[in-house]
Design a protein around this ligand. Sequence first.
Ligand code: SAH
Length: 468
Amino acid sequence: MLLSITTTQQPASDLGFLLHKHPDRFQSFNLSFGKAHVFYPESSEEKCTACLLLDVDSVELARGRGRNRASQFLAHYVNDRPYVASSFMSVAISRIFGTALQGQCKSRPELVEQTIPFTVQIDVLPVRGSEEFLRNIFEPLGYEVAVKSQPVDEKFPEWGESHYFNVTLNKETTLSQLLKHLYILIPVFDNVKHYFVGEDEIEKLIQKGEGWLADHPMKEQISRRYLKYNYSLTRIAMESLREESGLLPEEEKTESQPQEEILEKPLSLNEQRLAAVLSALKSTGAKRILDLGCGEGKLLRDLMKEKSFTEILGLDVSVRALEIAHKKLKLDRLSERESERIKLIHGSLIYRDERLKDFDAAAVVEVIEHLDPPRLIAFERILFKETRPNYIIITTPNSEYNVMWETLPAGKFRHSDHRFEWTREEFHQWSNRVAKKYGYHVRFLPIGPEEKDLGSPTQMGLFERNNI
Ligand code: SAH
């Protein structure tokens, strides 16, 4: 199986720097499923082609199955894996071109951001679907696509075309972006994945798909196929993508887009909210704390300082927010003991999650308004019935107060990703119903300055389980 990447951007031999593989050398690598070779059939100033050749050893793979037992199925020994581009190719790309995939080039950093005209040749791509499907995947990303299908057998044209295609892609882009597209998309065409698909695959999908997948018209099909039709993983991935497209890069948060923080700044409402949640948590005597929808980790930072909290777990559906939290909280620099105490996990609040069991209290700060109203039922059940901590603290905007924000047009929400904003009455009704249904009692507290007839900008519900 052969993948070739060609550029004519001069000097074309710079491709060697970008890929971290010298054009004059033929290099071979051992991988768990066989060997990979990198070589350049052409490398001049005008044109440079790098080839990644995979030599998948299906006999070795079959022997490795089921621990020491060799497989008894013929199809495990004789199959198309050695000849087609599949998930093996993605593994090879990340192992062999990993630095380029991450967009790093120490010796020539200026090349990394450069868009370059590339031609990619995938010699045999097995496509479960039509040529149209293949085009619908690559063309929205700006690729010019040329496809040649292979007959089942050249000697018997009446047998028709096979589902194996030779594919040529042309696009001007950065090398890192190109490799990310190939990494995610090559296995999407094929139904077979050679490794177990678990939660870490969502993370790979979201990370490598950052900046392009959330806006791709086929994002659902791509995610579903990439995650091998595992529906619950796909649903989590789709939510993450939705969150990613709502999450604006830092520099885009300008005055012209009145996002929550800018609006609320004069009051420093955020600080008041965190202080209120923290003191409510302390007053319960809880030791093991969940921060659900922890975002970039503002509350977690305060929780970490409080020694009475012995275990802190932050969960969010957005991988990007978790990465920012990880960085801001400097989690990679913690002592072993501290890193046992605080953990971040990726997950969604509307799916059952065993990792959330056995905590004393949960804070859900400015999160429920990000959930689609039909999902609230699942959220309630997961939090109040399955997770069931002794104390639950929920904060959400009070929509009556919105008239006080001078820059917020009437009828608009405080944040573009809010699905609803409740009046005090609406929040009380929801909270009372949920508390009654699941055996809790609830009190309400205002956060921020109170206005007559309008209440405070944030409302907080403190739920305590009956008969603790
Ligand atoms: N609690 C944080 C972040 C609030 S913003 C703070 O006060 O700063 C809302 C957060 O909820 C975002 O980080 C978003 O990714 C997260 N979120 C939205 N839907 C979610 C879901 N279904 N499961 C988990 N987190 C979710």
